[in-house]
Design a protein around this ligand. Structure first.
Ligand code: ZN
Length: 703
């Protein structure tokens, strides 16, 4: 591990902040970002840093202030606003108190703020306050966890770090831990750092650089020491064959896992709340999972209890599975989940009897040796985060295994404490709030077109996890990139798929299952138009439209149905139809006829799929010209001819269509998306129905 500190950057870095911010705080922001960018030091909102500053309030009084990182915010992206200013002397009064509940501590922190802030200061605030140094850094480094999760950790730490550090046992996070750290320091005031078993490292200094460098130095020494200790390195055969097999097995079983982990959605019982899955699998992991004597290392408590809220107390392990018979797999999985749930509820009841009652306790991580590690969380971001934590778990546990160490499981009581205390729950629960569409996996075909773009943006904004597919890879890639930046989210995915090609559609659905575990809804939107009267219609043009509008609809619905049935938790299909199905236009036969066929297919699907709780509905828009700067493909085909025949320009044509509907409404892509939303929300028991989105056209009213 190397120091990333670059003195030449500091001056410019300071200039990028407002001049009224204390330079001490800016230096700590710089150091915090450096610590946060190295995943070997800290992961996802873990760790915290602080600095003590003499800070003037609006009365001109100079207050000793502790700037402490807010709870759960990511160190790599920390901003000045993420450091909460608290009155140090008020915090120090707590040194004489032995016990304080989280609720009381939060209230006390709120009363100790010197400036208002919406964020909660770190749960480890007091640890920073009680140490008499200007800068304090606290991290959860991989190497420190690898050494402190071994039974022989005292001997090893002495060997590698001597008296430069004080080692203390795991202590409940909060005031207990803060007092333990303070006492350890007072016992040996010449020590440079404190290591808390199964937790992490605390360093300090009179400059941000000193504290940062101390962290790097200690971690580097431990890393090198541990490398030398490895004596039974696991040999990995890097053939991709096993990985490919694991992936194909995963595609078969992931939808079943989603189904078995589904719960009733309290916002609408008609919709199941299903997790999003993230597979962590590569040749190295598969080789490790083959080692029977490594498994107990993996199926154990997390390397630090901070991770329990994200990966659970221990993974669910499933071995010797029959993958040939999916019903057998399903039965095994169901039984294992039941056993896991019962076992954990019993343990939780032992410590929190009466305080919390759970009807079910579901695993957050499932380990299947032939496949890999499957992280099952409410959102894509959380599932990916869990996978990154599991990657670190593996690294640490593999190191202990390879160097002949014995893994030290953390006490049940400490695990339960960190799983349910409100400080920890707040980190994940706030992200799990939402509406009935939050984290529903929705595929939109024809996503790069005007209506497709409107649909994707709208559904993303409503909280869905959106897969945007289109034939044109570049257009859809660029659009997805744009949305990722606009909404600052990773829950939109680009998928190149040709809806007219059976292989491509099959592969497309497999890809969705690979990246998310399954699918909840599809919006069949891909379609093309052509203008010609019947007399002059070329057969090839007609067939081109048949391919996309009819066969594309058939293949998309067909493949979606297969995944929906495997999941067995229902599903929603919405076809973007057209007002032309009910009120066709002259010279528009190929479009009207092929869309009518697609519409009929969807209606038939509604008859066939209702027994499986799969609803199929249609939205019939008229005259959607564009979405933002993206012109609708349909209107690019139709517009010029219509303008010519009516002697209008583009604006005039838009006006013409607006004026022909009853409401004189301009129909937008977002209106189409709102109708789709209505169906996806399942507010009414409706299938096989059509919502017109046309401003009111009596001829086109479905009947
Ligand atoms: Zn910590």
């Amino acid at each position: 591990m190397h120091s990333l500190w670059d003195e030449s950057e500091i001056t410019e870095f300071k200039l990028s902040f407002p001049s009224n911010l204390p330079p001490t705080l800016i230096e700590q922001i710089y150091a915090t970002r450096l610590l946060g960018t190295d995943k070997k030091l800290v992961l996802h909102g873990g760790g915290n840093t602080s600095c003590k500053v003499k800070y003037k309030n609006i009365l001109g009084e100079v207050i000793d202030t502790l700037f402490i990182k807010a709870s759960g915010c990511n160190m790599a992206e920390v901003e000045a606003k993420d450091f909460i200013p608290l009155e140090l002397n008020r915090l120090l009064k707590l040194e004489n108190i032995k016990e304080i509940s989280d609720e009381e501590m939060i209230e006390y922190f709120v009363m100790s703020r010197t400036l208002p802030s919406k964020s909660l200061p770190s749960i480890e605030t007091l640890l920073h306050a009680f140490l008499p140094f200007t800068f304090v850094d606290h991290t959860h480094p991989t190497a420190i966890l690898a050494i402190t999760n071994r039974k022989d950790c005292e001997i090893l730490i002495k060997e590698v770090l001597g008296a430069t550090v004080e080692l203390i046992p795991y202590v409940k996070v909060g005031i207990e831990c803060a007092l333990a750290v303070k006492n350890a320091f007072q016992k040996n005031t010449s020590c440079k750092a404190i290591i808390i078993k199964q937790h992490g490292l605390v360093t300090w200094g009179e400059s941000a650089k000193e504290a940062y460098t101390s962290t790097i130095d200690i971690v580097d020494r431990v890393e090198k020491f541990l490398e030398k200790k490895i004596n039974k390195s696991i040999q990995v055969n890097y053939s991709n064959e096993k990985s490919e097999k694991a992936k194909s097995l995963y595609v078969k079983i992931a939808p079943i896992i989603r189904a078995e982990l589904s719960q009733v959605n309290p916002l609408n019982e008609e919709i199941k709340k299903s997790p999003i899955l993230y597979l962590l699998s590569n040749p190295e992991i598969l080789a490790l999972l083959e080692k029977k004597d490594f498994i107990p290392y993996l199926i154990s408590t997390p390397i630090t209890p901070d991770y329990i809220i994200r990966i659970g107390r221990e993974p669910l392990f499933i071995e010797s599975v029959n993958f040939e018979e999916l019903t057998t797999f399903k039965d095994t999985l169901c039984k294992k989940i039941e056993e896991y749930s019962e076992k954990n509820i019993k343990i939780i009841g032992k410590y929190l009897n009466g305080k919390i009652s759970l009807s079910k306790y579901l695993p957050k991580v499932i380990v299947i040796p032939e496949i890999g590690i499957i992280c099952c969380r409410d959102s894509f971001e959380e599932a990916k985060r869990a996978a990154e934590i599991m990657a670190q778990e593996i690294e640490v546990k593999k190191n202990i295994f390879e160097s002949g160490g014995e893994y030290y499981n953390l006490d049940e009581e400490h695990c339960i404490d960190m799983e349910f205390r409100i400080y920890q729950r707040a980190k994940v629960d706030k992200k799990e709030e939402g509406n009935v569409l939050t984290n529903r996996i929705v595929l939109v075909t024809g996503a790069a077109g005007a209506i497709g773009r409107g649909l994707c943006s709208y559904l993303l904004e409503k909280g869905c996890c959106v897969v945007a597919s289109d034939l044109d890879k570049k257009s859809v890639d660029d659009f997805v990139k744009e949305l990722k930046e606009k909404f600052n989210t990773s829950r939109i995915f680009s998928l190149q798929m040709d809806v007219t090609d059976e292989v491509s559609v099959k592969k497309g659905f497999q890809t969705i299952v690979e990246i998310l575990g399954g699918i909840d809804a599809i919006v069949v939107n891909a379609g093309i138009a052509h203008v010609s009267n019947i007399e002059n219609m070329s057969l090839s043009d007609f067939q081109r439209l048949e391919k996309v509008n009819i066969e594309g609809t058939l293949l998309t619905i067909r493949e979606a149905t297969k995944v929906f049935k495997l999941q067995n938790i229902g599903g929603d299909i919405v076809l973007i139809s057209t007002k032309n199905v009910f009120s066709p236009g002259a010279s528009f036969g190929a479009y009207s006829a092929t869309k009518a066929a697609a519409h009929q297919l969807a209606r038939i699907a509604s008859l066939e799929l209702a027994p499986f709780n799969i609803r199929v509905n249609m939205v019939a828009p008229d005259a959607v010209f564009s979405y933002g700067s993206c012109k609708s493909g349909l209107w690019s085909a139709v517009g010029p001819e219509r303008m010519r025949s009516r002697g209008l320009d583009e604006k005039g044509l838009e006006e013409y269509y607006r004026n022909r509907n009853l409401l004189k409404a301009k129909v937008e892509a977002t209106h189409v998306a709102a109708a789709v939303e209505f169906f996806l929300k399942r507010s009414t028991p409706t299938t096989g129905a059509t919502i017109p989105v046309d401003g009111g056209l009596p001829d086109a009213t479905p009947r």
